[in-house]
Write a protein that binds this ligand. Structure first.
Ligand code: ATP
Ligand code: ZN
Ligand code: MG
Length: 503
């Protein structure tokens, strides 16, 4: 048999009638197996022994994993032993649970798990044994998740380092290069911006702030409002609960800024801390750690998760679809570490995030409308040298989750908008800057947050309008001097604030 689950069930007392108790376990086990495993393969009670108040048994199966029979087995056993022998079930655990699983390819390196286990592989077949599983681990499906994780880790070994899928969708005509400097360096030289007091954060003085807000106004007035998007204001902190549902917590734990809380607001409890500050004029770090909790949330990473939380568990009426909203209140924070560069890659950025929910047809049409509007802004107002590309992580593409080879099915997935930055080199060979994107994710998040439509399928998607990226893309191509700016942009940006002069 492929799978073997050893179980120990703790009873409140030893059964008075051992033979009857054994017969009862056998019957209850057979019933549970035929109900849960029987219709999808073979399942058997391979071993059984009652040892004082401990029932030891082994469930084996092919196909469906045997823990699926365990919960109903234990529940029925408790009911029937209670009735016939006045004995209860106190709990259960598994000293050893072994399953066999297929891999997409033979592993290239050792695969580890952070819970007690043994793993062996032979070609594309793996045998995973979890040890010492608690009742909670059995109820909570740890085995299925651990098995899926082993498969995912092996798959990743094969795609590691491979480029993400990138296919050109459209491009603007090349534009005359008018400026070839790094716009952040130029803004620094003019005191428009200053590198912030903490990592990757920037202070934008009046002129830079005005230009950033001009970009925001253009996006709102030329793209979002005409398409019927409505503004929301969402909180700035995301709960771990939300991140568990979206998958961000397992996907990006090294990119968050974490939020901590004071353990108390009582000034008396902080007296030692404040006294130390008064005497040393330094941060008493050890005392601070004592007075502050561990992380309780994260600072906004992307805005859409909180919107899914807002709609979670609700059914949307047909006349509310498609939902079209945007947030520009939450500021995004990301730990970019070595990747930081100027205003292009910062640890704190300002982004408008439109989020949309609707039928697949509604979202496909909305995407076309958004693309048209964005195109008009980039061609006629900002006059950018830009292009779009269809992008998909390589491993997703390979595992068939996204139909990238099928032109008709290029609906679910992400389109990146990229701008040419002349200071980085030639148009053909340099790396372009992703300045925004547009995704349709199908039912991934509507499912995860139990958001339903009154009728039919409900899909969702979002678009990330990165304002620092719009600004750097524009300034990198047009320079900081308004004389070089397109007239449609000047009309929206002028008059500019007066620069501060420093002595
Ligand atoms: P990149 O590949 O450049 O790191 P990303 O794929 O991480 O971008 P998304 O998570 O898709 O970006 O975020 C959507 C948008 O948010 C981006 O298109 C960009 O405009 C903006 N953005 C993301 N990270 C940053 C950053 N560190 N600094 C400034 N803007 C950013
Ligand atoms: Zn999003
Ligand atoms: Mg990134």
């Amino acid at each position: 048999m492929e799978h073997r689950l050893e179980v120990e069930i703790q009873l409140s007392d030893p059964p008075a009638d051992l033979a009857a108790a054994e017969a009862l376990v056998r019957r209850v086990a057979d019933e549970a197996i035929s109900k849960t495993l029987g219709n999808r393969g073979v399942g058997t009670l391979a071993e059984l022994a009652v040892d004082g108040s401990l029932v030891r048994l082994v469930l084996e199966s092919d196909g469906a994993r045997p823990h699926q029979a365990l919960l109903s087995l234990v529940r029925r056993l408790g009911e029937e032993l209670g009735r016939s022998q006045k004995i209860g079930v106190r709990g259960f655990r598994s000293p050893r649970y072994r399953v066999t699983l297929p891999l997409e390819a033979p592993p290239k390196a050792e695969v580890t798990l952070p819970i007690p286990h043994r793993l062996s592989t032979e070609g594309t077949r793996a045998v995973l044994e979890l040890l010492d599983l608690s009742e909670e681990a059995l109820r909570d499906n740890y085995m299925d998740r651990a098995a899926a994780l082993v498969q995912e880790k092996v798959r990743r070994q094969h795609y590691e380092g491979k480029e993400q899928y990138w296919a050109l969708l459209s491009e603007s005509r090349p534009r005359e290069v008018r400026f070839q400097k790094d716009p952040t360096e130029e803004m620094l030289a003019r005191s428009w911006v200053k590198s912030g007091p903490t990592k990757g954060k920037w202070y934008l003085g009046p002129t830079a702030a005005h230009l950033l807000r001009t970009m925001e106004r253009i996006a709102r007035e030329e793209v979002l409002l005409p398409l019927g998007f409505q503004e929301v204001v969402q909180p700035h902190h995301d709960s771990f609960d939300i991140l568990l549902k979206t998958g961000h917590l397992e996907g990006l734990p090294g990119e968050f800024y974490y939020v901590a809380e004071p353990t108390t607001r009582d000034p008396a409890a902080w007296e030692r801390f404040t006294d130390l500050v008064k005497i040393t004029r330094q941060v008493p770090e050890e005392e601070l750690r004592r007075m502050v909790s561990g992380p309780t949330a994260i600072s906004c990473y992307a805005q859409c998760p909180t919107t899914y939380w807002w709609l979670g568990g609700r059914t949307l009426a047909t006349d509310s679809l498609p939902v079209k909203i945007f947030d520009r209140a939450a500021v995004s924070n990301r730990y970019e570490s070595g990747g930081r560069h100027g205003l292009e890659r910062v640890d704190e950025f300002h982004r408008i995030e439109p989020v949309y929910l609707g039928t697949p047809e509604q979202l496909t049409q909305l995407r076309t409308e958004l693309l048209d509007r964005y195109t008009r802004v980039f061609d006629r107002i900002l006059e950018l040298d830009w292009r779009t590309a269809w992008v998909t992580p390589f491993y997703m593409q390979q595992s068939g989750k996204v139909g990238v080879d099928d032109a008709v099915d290029r609906v679910k997935g992400t389109i990146d908008f990229e701008a040419y930055l002349p200071y980085r080199g030639s148009r053909a060979d340099s790396e372009w800057l992703e300045f925004q994107n547009l995704s349709i994710v199908g039912d991934k998040y509507t499912k995860a947050f139990a958001i339903k439509a009154q009728k039919g399928e409900l899909w969702s998607g979002c678009s990330g309008i990165g304002l620092e990226r719009w600004l750097t893309a524009f300034l990198a191509q047009k320079g900081l001097d308004p004389d070089g700016w397109p007239s449609a942009f000047r009309a929206r940006a002028e008059p500019l604030p007066k620069d501060l002069h420093f002595l």
